[in-house]
Design a protein around this ligand. Sequence first.
Ligand SMILES: N[C@@]1(C(=O)O)CN(C[C@@H]2CCCCN2)C[C@@H]1CCC[B-](O)(O)O
Ligand SMILES: [Mn+2]
Ligand SMILES: [Mn+2]
Ligand SMILES: [Mn+2]
Length: 303
Amino acid sequence: KSLAIVGCPFSGGQPRAGVDQGPIHLIHAGLPKQLEELGWKVHFDGHHQFEDVSAAIGPDSPIGKLKNPRRVSKVCEEVAKVVGEHAKNGQLPVTLGGDHSLAMGTISGTFEKYPDACVVWVDAHADINTTDTTDSGNIHGMPVSFLLGLGEKVEEFKWVKPVLKPSRLVYIGLRDVDAGEKRILKENNIKAFSMHEVDKYGIGKVVEMALDHVNPNRDRPIHLSFDVDALDPTVAPSTGTPVRGGLTFREGHYICEAIYETGCLVALDIMEVNPSLRDAESVRQTVAVGCSLARSALGETLL
Ligand SMILES: N[C@@]1(C(=O)O)CN(C[C@@H]2CCCCN2)C[C@@H]1CCC[B-](O)(O)O
Ligand SMILES: [Mn+2]
Ligand SMILES: [Mn+2]
Ligand SMILES: [Mn+2]
């Protein structure tokens, strides 16, 4: 079994400097070796290519409210190619962010090889704003709407195909969803297990219900897109948009372990680790959690 680490040093989907350094911190913490020790053949071709693309863009004035639209679009298009290539080569792409706008690229890449895939989106946020509903104009709050083909088309993003169907998407960990996003979730009947459901049913039942919804026979490829801000800020403090009342360390890891157990995982994103936020110990802790979540999603067990 082989995987490819795709480091994406990219921060253009949001305003806080430093999230582009997430990949190098996860790699320097030893993630490639840790995954080899789990028995994976690890392909790791560095992450320079995205910086080149990004630097080549030049001035990137907003389009409507959208910030850095050309950089985000170009980088995500490049990520889609790289992830799709690895998937076609039979290597499970492990994408390290970088902000969550990158999931436009990773999920597009996954669906090239696995058109019948489903997406488990673990996050405090729904990341489903359209050009009409976004307040911030930060594109890391929008990738899911582009992947679903919702809202007005944006010429700059015409390469993003509406590969994702609402019935193939499920959320776990939501607790900071904008009013417009709540409307979109309802209108599209998108299944979401917020922290209220996690409290009510427990994480074991929530993951079972989530998978029953998008993958009833456990035979569909799963793309797990994990935003570390799904975890409580005491667990993963160094992230750009922390929200209290999040998943415990174990709840986060249980999701990854349970998805690995299905045998259906075909792609993993570990997003929004920002090593320039908070103190050194918080950074170390957040990076360590990012590595640990990846290991759990890729077969590390407690016994
Ligand atoms: N919906 C958001 C957007 O900017 O669109 C607004 N929100 C911050 C906002 C602060 C004030 C109270 C309401 N929430 C962040 C979120 C995007 C998170 C992107 B992710 O990738 O980190 O999940
Ligand atoms: Mn490669
Ligand atoms: Mn996110
Ligand atoms: Mn988030």
